[in-house]
Design a protein around this ligand. Structure first.
Ligand code: ATP
Length: 365
């Protein structure tokens, strides 16, 4: 297995489209790193440059400490699994998995051993004689992964491998991929636009936007410590709530204020907030930190507003309200009373609030 290192990598397509800018990223040996971001952020381009399917415009790419910018894809010892599986329709699962080794003139017995090993790992022994047309989406995806495994690559690259599967199968395959990573002890670079996939699979998650890395951290760190509004909004479901307002100093107290509300921030003594007095900011709060009662809250911002919708999730429910033009969502226990179309008090746990600059979206506090 191997380390993958990208140093100041850039990619400009013919016609001048700058898809990736100044990317610096080290994927450690055996690490599972997920590149996540909205459509067009450059994640697939990055993966394809690692694979050698796309020329690198600037910067250096190292696999196992060896510069590989100019190295042919077939010599990079990587295997890529594509969103559309890219299986040969006229070949059986076995033949699809064996094909790469066959053209490398690996002896038949060795090919058989490796195909059977991969089949066992993926639990697909019973479909080896089937052709892709007779398989389910999940089976095709397993064959595509099996084809990657038999090549014993140093690095596995996955490009949205689950996006063609239905929600249930996607959930199952997510768990299988996580187990597979443990079994193979492999270096994995995985591209997705799905933040749930990113959070559940990645040892580390690299959030990209507009061709650049916005934040590179463990899933938990991204969730609890987002560096910008972009990451705070992208990671987590339901999305973080945001309320626009100003930081002001009133009677020696620090307050967060807009036309509808005023929260006393004096207990939050962080210097960074003081530096933003008079400036427009956005307060961010996760739905699990908005309550319908103030019990156990040391520092709360209280709002009274109408409950406009209630969404039952099982043992929890989402309570929707509107503050001016913002929607505010509280996630509470399902048993909690929440009369729809009536006014209710909402309590924001200010100890858990984030503050972002309105202009640049950077985290202030
Ligand atoms: P998606 O999730 O939609 O696949 P992505 O984050 O993987 O998006 P890329 O496919 O890497 O994004 O594309 C990054 C940018 O480069 C986009 O603006 C895209 O339109 C552009 N792009 C991709 N391939 C080419 C190409 N062959 N020629 C010109 N521009 C391209």
């Amino acid at each position: 297995m191997a380390e993958v290192r990208l140093v100041n990598i850039g990619k400009t397509y013919e016609g001048g489209m700058e898809a990736v800018r100044n990317l610096n990223l080290t994927i450690q040996d055996k690490e599972f790193v997920v590149l996540v971001g909205p459509s067009g952020c450059g994640k697939t381009t990055t993966l394809r440059m690692i694979a050698g399917l796309e020329d690198i415009t600037s910067g250096e790419l190292y696999i196992d400490h060896k510069k590989v910018n100019e190295l042919d894809p077939s010599k990079r010892e990587i295997a890529m699994v594509f969103q559309n599986y890219a299986l040969y329709p006229h070949m059986t699962a076995y033949q699809n998995m064996a094909f790469g080794l066959k053209i490398k003139r690996v002896p038949k017995a060795k090919i058989h051993e490796q195909v059977m090993r991969a089949a066992e790992i993926l639990n697909i022994e019973d479909i080896l004689q089937k052709k892709p047309g007779k398989m389910s989406g999940g089976q095709r995806q397993r064959i595509a992964i099996g084809r990657a495994i038999v090549r014993r690559p140093k690095v596995f690259l996955f490009d949205e491998p689950l996006s063609n599967l239905d929600a249930k199968l996607r959930g199952q395959m997510r768990i299988e991929l996580a187990k597979l990573h443990k079994k193979l002890d492999a270096t994995v670079v995985y591209v997705t636009h799905d933040q749930v996939e990113a959070m559940t699979l990645g040892d580390r998650v690299v959030v990209m936007n507009k061709g650049e890395i916005i934040q590179n951290a463990s899933p938990m760190e991204l969730y609890t410590n987002p560096g910008s509004k972009f990451v705070a909004e992208f990671i987590g479901s339901p999305k973080m709530n945001f309320i626009e307002g100003y930081i002001q100093s009133a009677d020696g107290k620090l307050v967060f204020k807009n036309n509808e509300l005023r929260f006393d921030l004096s207990a939050l003594t962080h210097q960074n907030l003081k530096d933003h007095i008079g400036k427009a900011v956005e307060l961010g709060i996760r739905s699990e930190d908005v309550y319908l009662s103030a019990d156990n809250l040391k520092n709360d911002g209280q709002i009274n507003a109408q409950i406009i919708a209630v969404e039952l999730l099982g043992n929890e429910k989402l309570i929707y309200t509107e503050l001016g033009e913002h929607t505010l969502i509280a996630k509470v226990k399902a048993g909690q009373e929440s009369p729809i179309h009536r006014n209710s008090d909402f309590y924001i746990d200010l100890e858990k609030a984030y503050f972002f600059g309105k202009e640049d979206g950077q985290r202030i506090y």
